[in-house]
Design a protein around this ligand. Structure first.
Ligand SMILES: O=C(O)CCc1cccc(O)c1O
Ligand SMILES: [Fe+2]
Length: 347
């Protein structure tokens, strides 16, 4: 069994309000390098952990974790709309295995996903449906939220299943790190229109979606200009977190407390649980035989994102059932040398 892990921050502000060209180029190099690695790896299936931002799931029925047995991208910001290629029977068996491990995973036969999923798929694979993908939503916006520990346990249960199931599996965590985009909360919303949208905002009119996106872009401009209002990015939190994931320091990860995380690094930092779940899945699928590599970090206020990337690779070993080594080209595809371009001064 071979497994790959790709964790990366997402931000729909790309292309709407950009940092300096050298930073844009640096992140583009990173994304291109990851996409090449994934293409070389040629996963038979992807397990994608990502949050939703009140585009697919709402407060009329908010799951903490939800697996899609079928899923469609809503096409918010610049992401494409349309179906993901979800292998339904595999997703069903995965759900059964995870639930059997004591994780009460919700499921949907018509899950709607937003840029949290779509941006990762498009950037890392080129399209929504390039590879079969099993989407797993982790609630990161609607308190009460699950703990970091619980996200780790979800990943562990899923990884145990995936490790037995596949020859080449890719785990993706899409989200984080420290940030606080202007996503309304039911606890503080007073406008009845906003409250209704939080509770049951499916299928907004194009005008309503556009208005919301324009507000996010305006907030990003204000944030980058130093106006208060949004919680500051927290490179210290981000670097410590990335070090812990790279070291697979699960006890440190389990020890995070939701209220402290929000206070230290911003309300949307809970998206980092997608990294925890994906890395824990990697750990279980590889029976700990893998290596993690924090490869990029930079706080990018224009994108309202502590922007990080971390990859993981299972130790090379003979293929379980197909015998012999992988085709030569696959192993040579992406050397460490090639990936050096996007240097990381931190983690
Ligand atoms: O409009 C939204 O739903 C929030 C958009 C958004 C902005 C910055 C970083 C993110 O991770 C993110 O999701
Ligand atoms: Fe997000």
């Amino acid at each position: 069994m071979k497994a790959m892990l790709q964790c990366m921050s997402h931000t729909p502000l790309k292309g709407y309000f950009d940092p300096s060209p050298d930073v844009v180029g640096e992140v583009a190099d990173l994304v291109n390098a990851v996409r090449e690695e994934v293409a070389c790896f040629d996963p038979e299936v992807i397990y994608l952990f990502a949050p939703d931002h009140y585009n697919g799931v709402f407060l009329d029925l908010m799951p903490q974790f939800c697996i899609g047995m079928g899923a469609t991208s809503v096409g918010d910001y610049m992401t494409p709309d349309g179906p993901l290629d979800v292998p339904r029977q595999l997703a069903e068996r995965c759900a059964e295995a995870v639930i059997d491990c004591g994780i009460d995973l919700a499921f949907s036969y018509r899950m709607q996903v937003d840029h949290g999923f779509a941006q990762a798929l498009v950037e890392m694979t080129g399209a929504l449906d390039r590879y079969p993908v099993i989407p797993i939503m982790i609630n990161a916006v609607a308190p009460p939220l699950v703990s970091f520990k619980r996200a780790r346990q979800l990943g562990e249960a899923l990884g145990r299943f995936a490790g037995h199931e596949h020859e080449r599996v890719l785990f993706i965590g899409s989200g984080g790190l420290s940030h606080n985009p202007p996503i309304p909360a039911i606890a503080t919303a007073s406008d009845p229109v906003v409250i209704e949208r939080l509770i049951a905002g499916r299928h907004p009119t194009p005008e309503a979606r556009d208005a919301r996106q324009k507000r996010t872009i305006a907030a990003a401009r204000a944030f980058a200009a130093g106006d208060g209002g949004l919680h500051a990015l927290s490179p210290e939190w981000d670097r410590a977190f990335m070090r812990q994931v790279q070291a697979r320091d699960w006890s440190a990860i389990d020890a995070y407390r939701n209220d402290e995380v929000s206070k230290a690094a911003g309300a949307s930092t809970h998206e980092a649980k997608t990294w925890v779940a994906a890395a824990a899945a990697m750990e279980a699928a590889c029976a700990q035989g893998w290596k993690a590599e924090a490869r990029y970090y930079r706080p990018i206020p224009e994108w309202v994102a502590g922007f990080g990337a971390l990859s993981g690779y299972s130790h090379e070993g003979p293929s379980k059932s197909r015998g012999g080594a992988a085709p030569a080209g696959r192993l040579q595809c992406q050397s460490k040398q090639d990936r050096k371009g996007t240097s990381d001064e931190s983690a």
